[in-house]
Design a protein. Structure first.
Length: 124
């Protein structure tokens, strides 16, 4: 059995080398993000504020979510992550509105920003 595992592992190394991926490429991977990716009902970027509408079972607060901002040249991408699960039992039909100023997000006024979250229609 040990021979099978060793063969499988050596196969991974040879595939990695055939693809031209070495340790330097693996070091460039970004660290994993906290929490889970949050589906959003809507997002708006206006007046140097990022506004999101997210699902809530009645207890979602701003502290339950964490915006991760990545910078790519002169553009920025916000990925909203849920850090704490909402375990309440009174769903908000339209979700709840959560806001962050560009200053809170480390963004310059007027920055080019996009959102990297899947959209989810409110449940009816």
């Amino acid at each position: 059995m040990a021979g099978v595992a060793l063969t499988a592992l050596s196969g991974c190394a040879s595939v990695t080398s055939r693809l031209g991926l070495g340790q330097a490429d693996q070091a460039e991977l970004p660290p994993p993000m906290p929490g889970v990716l949050e589906p959003i009902h809507a997002a708006a970027l206006l007046n140097n504020t990022a506004v999101f509408w997210v699902s809530s079972n009645g207890c979602t607060k701003k502290d339950d979510l964490q915006p991760i901002v990545s910078f790519h040249g002169d553009a920025s991408i916000i990925t909203l992550r849920r850090i704490s699960e909402d375990r309440c039992t009174t769903p908000e039909d339209e979700g709840v509105e959560i806001k962050w100023s560009f200053e809170e997000l480390g963004l310059k006024p007027g920055a080019r920003v996009s959102v990297n979250n899947p959209y989810q229609l409110p449940q009816t």
